[in-house]
Design a protein around this ligand. Structure first.
Ligand code: SF4
Ligand code: SF4
Length: 437
């Protein structure tokens, strides 16, 4: 049985084994074997980099279909803040939300609204917990996965505050129950910019309770919204969130309203890796809070969005500039912030080591270094590994051969060819002078 759920999958038919994806994977979770990409399940963090990179559309995200709405009597859409960035200013947020209802939802609950609650939860937590620095946001599941795989010592830095997505689903369900619906009748569906969120719904990193029942990508639903938005009368008042929560859709939005200590926002998975390496070395202790988002530009740059992220940022910035909504204050004053606290811990992933036995692992490490010295160091990926070091590691683990390296293979062929030539030059004794070799 598979230990990890992943939204990111391979469409084997489409894969040409071109190796483009293996070079971009931030956790070196892909190998190409027998002409097809393979995902190493304990290393994949569902960041979506390979979906963006694959020229053959062979990497896909498994999401729920709109048919799943039929499993519930009362269906609630939970649009991500980045969803608003997909539409230009000729459509009001009320129209966008009403179009979701026309698609088949009965209600909407904006994740941006829950983001404003979470902002307060983070502010409280930062005020009360100042000894461990920096605390790291847990809103981006790809970053949480990255920490589980590559930076397990930093797991205690992840702030135990739930995501706006899950908080929105919790409030949406409570509203539905107060209208008389039974728990099994209510379905909440996150409109997601990325596969990471789909995975977080199916298999949450902190093993907390998940209130979201399904996820549909922004790219899937975008066309449907555009189709229905044309026929709207636009007279329903559905928007409640303000610029503060909507800002979470792009990089820097989360830290905007944090009051305590120095904050830093980092976006793009390679930049996040660089900063986490610094945190691991103890270099960023003057930073109180780190907002880390795997996608360039934040969630507007997710691999399942419909619009160019630069244009989406313009729209999000416009909405943020409208500021806070005073009517929201009453709602925010009534929420119990203790509900934001996560109950479960973040655990490291069980990544396959060189060996479980320390002495054996040291021997294998030496072998790895010797093997690596013998490889050309070109990191060309023709062997199906992301770089020479990964091939050396796979060889030591017994998962690959030296001759998987094309240069090593050529060397072997040259040696063989010389042997064959030598043999070919040999003359049988009956036909000539006996060769002394
Ligand atoms: S990028 Fe990866 S998944 Fe796409 S065709 Fe190349 S090897 Fe296959
Ligand atoms: S930055 Fe946003 S869209 Fe990208 S992986 Fe993280 S949560 Fe998903």
């Amino acid at each position: 049985m598979k230990q990890y759920f992943h939204s990111v999958r391979l469409d084997k038919e489409q894969c040409k084994g071109c190796t483009n994806c293996i070079k971009r994977c931030p956790t070196e979770a892909i190998r190409v074997r027998d002409g097809k990409a393979r995902i190493i399940e304990e290393l994949c963090v569902d960041c979506g980099e390979c979906i963006r990179t694959c020229p053959n559309h062979a990497k896909i995200a498994v999401e729920d279909s709109l048919d799943k709405l039929n499993d519930f009597k009362y269906r609630i859409a939970l649009p991500a803040p980045s969803f608003y960035g997909q539409f230009d200013s000729k459509h009001t947020l009320d129209e966008i939300l009403e179009a979701l209802i026309m698609i088949g939802f009965d209600d909407v609950f904006e994740v941006a609204l829950a983001a404003e609650v979470v902002t307060r939860g983070i502010n409280n937590y930062l005020q009360e917990n100042q000894s461990l620095k920096p605390l790291i946001s847990q809103a981006c599941p790809a970053v949480v996965g990255l920490i589980q795989v590559r930076f397990p010592l930093l797991l205690e830095h992840i702030i135990p505050i739930d995501s706006p997505m899950n908080m929105a689903a919790m409030y949406a369900k409570r509203n539905a129950f107060s209208k008389g619906y039974a728990p099994q009748e209510v379905g909440t569906f996150f409109i997601t910019p990325c596969p990471g969120k789909i995975t977080a719904i199916r298999q949450p990193a902190a093993k907390n309770h998940v209130y979201v029942d399904g996820a549909i990508s922004i790219s899937t639903i975008y066309g449907q919204v555009l189709k229905h938005i044309k026929d709207l009368k636009g007279n329903r008042k559905l928007q409640k969130a303000s610029g503060l929560g909507i800002g979470w859709g792009s990089s820097g939005g989360e830290i905007k309203a944090l009051k305590h200590g120095t904050k830093l926002a980092v976006d793009g998975i390679q930049n996040v890796i660089n900063v986490l390496e610094q945190v691991e070395k103890g270099e960023l202790r003057d930073i109180a809070y780190l907002e880390c988002q795997a996608c360039q530009g934040g969630c507007i740059g997710g691999s399942l969005v419909a619009k160019n992220p630069f244009l989406a940022r313009v729209r999000i910035d416009q909405l943020v500039s409208k500021g806070t909504n005073p009517q929201l204050e009453h709602f925010l004053e009534t929420v119990d912030l203790s509900h934001c606290l996560l109950k479960g811990d973040f655990q490291p992933r069980k990544v396959r080591n060189l060996d479980d036995n320390l002495a054996e692992a040291l021997v294998k490490m030496e072998k790895l270094e010797r093997t690596l010295e013998e490889l050309p160091g070109l990191d060309c990926s023709s062997c199906g590994c992301p770089n020479c070091r990964a091939l050396a590691e796979d060889i030591v683990k017994g998962l690959a051969f030296e001759t998987d390296c094309v240069f090593k293979l050529r060397k072997q062929v040259e040696i063989l060819a010389e042997e064959v030539l030598k043999l070919a030059r040999k003359v049988p004794p009956a036909m000539g002078q006996r060769n002394s070799e």
